[in-house]
Write a protein that binds this ligand. Structure first.
Ligand code: ADP
Ligand code: MG
Length: 683
């Protein structure tokens, strides 16, 4: 986009050149020379300047041609100077074309020719978008024409002034309007495009633009002051030397002020940049730190989540396995019950001398082993009925000592430290003994070449703290054995998980330990590393309760007590035919009168008819369960003694029925008869 000021300057130039042409056409000396005593503008000069000025008004391609034409006019003049020592082309052309007498035409000076060449070239460089080169060429033309203009300005009042100017070699014939026209063209070229080159810098709204503008304004000072001083010299008020000195001082003083001012501006700018750089750096640093913080938080969070997920997964898995094992153990217990009951019946019919007696005895031993297995499974599934009572932790561990001596050989040192005197927990002492034994057996297997086995009890509550309020007591069992890999630790508790050879490991040891601890409301922790031994912590909630009444649950294998009298009918309610028949047969063989019922509803009907002296009831049955049957029976016969036979006992539900005896399946004839005897005696 061409700026308006450039076009105005170019238009003025064209006006001047047109006036000169009219002068040539009309032979008007005044139009050619502009002032009577001055040099005229030659035809070549007028052509060159005219072409250069036209370039501002035409299309790019035509403008380029105009620029080259101006250059050509300048070269022609220079060539003439080289050949003849002056411009001979212009007068001859004026004579030939306009019939002008030779003396009246101007000639193109070398300075003029060079200035025309400069503006022509500058114009073309601008069109070729070489803005810096264009600006430099234009400013050279400005210097040449500016000097001539200043010479005219200073010499106009001085009779020698203009002559002096013309005497200077290069300028001998630069006319005043030539100088003005070339100066205008130089300015027009610089300002032609506001958004390029020096013009852009001058127009800039930034600090650089402001500095450029006031420095340029300062350049007006020396010529003005120079003129004024010259005037004073001419009028005789100042001598040459003083005028020169004043000129220098008046120019230098504001120059210094300008320099200092710009220096300060640059300094301030630098300072601001430093500040903003530092601020940027600080912002970047704090952003980086924040990002790192957030990344760390995220990492931590996802690690926590992964940990929680894996813990949950583990718990769910154990839960599922527990339910499955509990179900299997329950069904298996019913089978064992039927088998062992029938075996006992068979044995009682076979005399001691019978050849089949050994086989039956072997089968009885096998059912006893099966009973142990199901007991362990039930312990893990946490569905067995535990005989929970307050026990003193240290006493329980002390009682288990006897078991340990048999478990280890002479190569293992046993170290027991009891540091929890007065710590009571609610637990089934027998099951805890079994748990300690299971841990000891594992330790023995882990230390084939011997080592140390230690048990430590700890009570982490302070003496003044109410022990029943919170906190756990701990049994810490350690060995110096082979230890476990993380993978083994992960699965060690699983029932049937074993790394031992066939026949040596059942994989039920830790499952039993875990089941007992969980049922006590506690937890189990394993710490171990391959080659680094194993430490297993059993955490057990403390209780404020102390030992109360004796046991109600009768263990299988309790010594038989022979019934002395047979007081009346017994009622046996069990949905499993084999179990029910085995139970009934056992009672009958002991002399009791027995009536059977295969479900709760039947049982209650029979109850009305026979008014039994005691009821033996299974817990899990279709329709009414054992507890419901017992409750309804007690409505009819409030003091009826009840024995529950259960392998899969919901302990809380059974507790609802007062004064009932609970037997664990499978139960042998001695325990069964013993229980009936006890119940009848108590009634
Ligand atoms: P079992 O002893 O029948 O293999 P457990 O449930 O008692 O079953 O133990 C499961 C597995 O855990 C063992 O096979 C063994 O690999 C590992 N384990 C348990 N206790 C220890 C111990 N004290 N040192 C080394 N490994 C042990
Ligand atoms: Mg084991």
């Amino acid at each position: 986009m061409m700026t308006r000021s450039a076009q105005v300057l170019a238009a003025l130039t064209l006006l001047v050149v047109s006036a000169v042409f009219i002068g040539y056409v009309t032979h008007s000396a005044l139009l050619i020379t502009f002032a009577p005593s001055l040099q005229g503008m030659s035809l070549l000069t007028a052509l060159g300047i005219g072409c250069a000025a036209l370039a501002f008004f035409v299309q790019r391609r035509a403008a380029l041609v105009a620029g080259w034409a101006a250059l050509l006019a300048a070269i022609a003049a220079l060539a003439s100077h080289a050949a003849f020592g002056r411009d001979v082309i212009s007068p001859n052309l004026a004579h030939a074309v306009f019939g002008l007498p030779p003396g009246q035409s101007g000639r193109t000076s070398i300075a003029t020719a060079i200035a025309i060449a400069l503006v022509g070239l500058a114009q073309n460089q601008r069109l070729l978008r070489r803005h810096l080169l264009a600006d430099m060429l234009a400013s050279a033309a400005l210097l040449l024409s500016g000097t001539a203009l200043l010479g005219y300005a200073y010499g106009i009042r001085d009779p020698h002034g203009v002559r002096d100017l013309y005497a200077l070699f290069l300028f001998n014939t630069m006319a005043v309007h030539t100088a003005a026209a070339l100066f205008a063209l130089g300015l027009a070229t610089v300002f032609a495009q506001a958004d390029h080159g020096w013009a852009r810098m001058i127009a800039s709204s930034r600090t650089g633009g402001a500095a450029t503008r006031h420095q340029l304004a300062f350049t007006l000072l020396p010529p003005v002051v120079g003129g004024a001083l010259l005037e004073a010299m001419h009028s005789g008020r100042l001598g040459t030397a003083v005028a020169m000195a004043l000129l220098v001082m008046i120019t230098i003083a504001p120059l210094i002020a300008l320099i200092l001012h710009d220096g300060k501006t640059l300094d301030t700018l630098d300072l601001e940049r430093e500040l903003s750089d530092r601020l940027k750096q600080q912002t970047a640093d704090s952003l980086t730190a924040r990002l790192a913080e957030q990344a760390a938080a995220l990492n931590h969070e996802s690690a926590e989540r992964a940990k929680a997920e894996s813990a949950m997964y583990g718990a769910q898995r154990l839960e599922a396995v527990g339910q499955l094992t509990g179900g299997i153990a329950h069904d298996f217990n019913n089978l064992l019950m039927a088998v062992s009951g029938n075996l006992h019946l068979a044995r009682s019919r076979l005399g001691a001398e019978h050849p089949a007696r050994t086989y039956v005895d072997n089968a009885v031993v096998a059912t006893q082993r099966g009973t142990k297995l199901t007991a362990q499974l039930l312990a893990f599934s946490r569905t067995q009925r535990l005989d929970m009572r307050p026990v003193e932790l240290d006493a329980v561990v002390q009682d288990a000592r006897g078991l340990l001596d048999h478990a280890f050989g002479p190569t293992v040192a046993i170290d027991i430290e009891l540091l929890a005197p007065g710590a009571w927990i609610r637990a089934d002492a027998d099951q805890l003994h079994l748990a300690i034994l299971n841990l000891a057996l594992n330790a023995r297997d882990a230390m084939p070449a011997g080592g140390t086995f230690s048990i430590l009890t700890l009570d982490n509550t302070s003496p003044r703290h109410d022990p029943g309020d919170a906190g756990f007591a701990m049994i810490r069992v350690s060995d110096s054995g082979v230890g476990m890999t993380p993978e083994v630790i992960e699965r060690a508790i699983d029932p049937f998980f074993t790394t031992k050879e066939r026949g040596r490991g059942t994989g039920l040891g830790l499952a039993q330990v875990y089941g007992v601890v969980k049922q006590c409301g506690g937890d189990l922790r394993i710490r171990s590393a391959p080659g680094g031994g194993t430490t297993i912590d059993l955490l057990l909630p403390l209780t404020a309760e102390r030992a109360t009444a004796g046991p109600r649950t009768l263990e299988p294998g309790a010594p038989p007590v022979l019934a002395t009298s047979r007081p009346g009918p017994l009622l046996v309610i069990d949905d499993d035919d084999h179990v029910r028949i085995a139970l009934a047969e056992m009672f009958r063989s002991a002399g009791y009168d027995v009536t059977e019922a295969e479900n709760g509803a039947d049982g209650l009907r029979v109850l009305d008819e026979i008014k039994p002296v005691l009821a033996v009831i299974d817990f899990i049955m279709p329709g009414l369960n054992g507890v419901q049957v017992a409750r309804l029976a007690r409505l009819k016969q409030p003091s009826l003694p009840i024995i529950f036979v259960s392998g899969y006992a919901d302990t809380l539900a059974l507790d609802e029925i007062g004064n009932a005896i609970i037997l664990r399946k499978p139960v042998g004839p001695e325990a069964l008869l013993n229980a009936v005897d006890n119940a009848l005696r108590a009634a």
